[in-house]
Design a protein around this ligand. Structure first.
Ligand SMILES: [Zn+2]
Ligand SMILES: [Zn+2]
Length: 351
């Protein structure tokens, strides 16, 4: 499905002899009478005239002029012999129409880029806005690096060592969900309050868009042809749409904050107390297996600096793995050279 619109335009050429501007189809210079030679450069002026005469249009479309092999005169494609010297066409040079790109085409490009095609409207976005977005992304990357990845090495002292008992908890809760098809319960998950209604879904759907391209062709016979092609292209567009579906609640196990109990190495570890909830909520809480971690808290020498925690919870390789190790390896106030970033401690050495 495409539609093509063609326009024939009158070109120009400048006489190399007297610099007169001549109509493209003129075979001789109107100023000095020089013959339009083989090196002629046709160009399309901004105010080029559209050719409307049917015979002229047919002639323009018939083909490029050919150059006589004996006298270099340009000859109409219909001519079999040179009109100047009678030389035969098959000893002359054939020319071909070609796409026209005017010199210094930056501002007057004959081939504008196709308009924005996708639903996001990316193509129409002003340059400043794109620049702003790029700058913002760069800035957030920098911030991210600064906060999380930038490594600091500092001599620090052990401010605290502790064992930590963690009691993971979760709770059965009714969670809102939507589905395009009738919801199914799976495993132990129960469903309730199923109603039919409009829901939002993200879908990739084919969408037809109109794309227009324009190009200008130098017909090499003094005329130019502007070809505007309009095509329908199908693109996959991802978007949120509203469809009829089901709204309901599903019973799901939702993680709650763990309960903790901590203590110094010389205190015997004990488990956190299970909270006594009330009614329904109490019955719905499920407890996991108690986990034990070992933590060392380092403090920098600068007043007010944030403490750095090394925990076996997230750093099994570096952190101590027993109360013994807490006591013997990291006595309080001992000094360490600690390398850390926002994601944790990466190195602990003797200073
Ligand atoms: Zn001239
Ligand atoms: Zn000739």
């Amino acid at each position: 499905m495409s539609e093509t619109e063609e326009t024939i335009l009158e070109g120009m050429w400048d006489c190399p002899n007297c610099e007169s501007a001549n109509k493209g189809s003129a075979m001789k210079c109107e100023g000095c009478g020089s013959v339009r030679d083989e090196d002629v450069k046709f160009y399309l002026p901004e105010n080029a005239q559209e050719v409307t005469d049917q015979a002229e249009i047919a002639a323009a479309n018939a083909g490029a002029d050919w150059i006589c092999g004996f006298c270099s005169t340009s000859n109409n494609t219909a001519a079999t012999d040179c009109k100047q010297c009678g030389g035969p066409r098959d000893e002359g040079t054939e020319q071909k129409a070609e796409e026209y790109k005017p010199a210094g085409a930056a501002s007057a490009s004959p081939t504008p880029p196709p308009p924005a095609e996708e639903g996001k409207g990316g193509g129409g976005m002003p340059v400043a806005l794109i620049g702003g977005i790029v700058a913002l992304i760069l800035l957030s990357c920098c911030c991210l690096w600064w906060v999380f990845l930038k490594k600091t090495t500092e001599v620090m002292t052990v401010a605290k060592t502790e064992w930590v008992r963690e009691l993971p908890r979760s709770e059965m809760r009714w969670v809102n969900e939507t589905s395009e098809t009738y919801p199914k319960s799976f495993g132990t998950s129960k469903l309730r309050n199923i109603v039919r209604g409009p829901i939002k879904v993200t879908k990739t759907v084919p969408e037809k868009k109109q794309v227009t391209t324009t190009k200008t062709i130098n017909l090499k016979n003094g005329k130019f042809k502007k070809v505007k092609e309009t095509k329908w292209v199908t693109k996959n567009v991802t978007k949120t749409v509203s469809v009829q579906g089901y709204l309901y609640q599903r019973e799901k196990l939702v993680k709650l904050k763990s309960l903790y109990k901590r203590g110094a190495p010389d205190v015997t570890p004990s488990d956190p107390k299970r909270t006594t909830g009330s009614g329904m909520s109490f019955n719905r809480v499920r407890y996991g297996r108690v986990l034990t971690h070992y933590e060392v808290t380092f403090k920098g020498k600068k007043a007010g600096s944030d403490p750095v925690v090394l925990s076996s919870k997230d750093n099994k390789e570096l952190a101590p793995s027993s109360i013994e190790e807490l006591k013997t390896k990291y006595p309080l106030k001992s000094e360490w050279k600690v390398t850390y970033s926002g994601t944790g401690v990466s190195k602990v050495e003797k200073p």
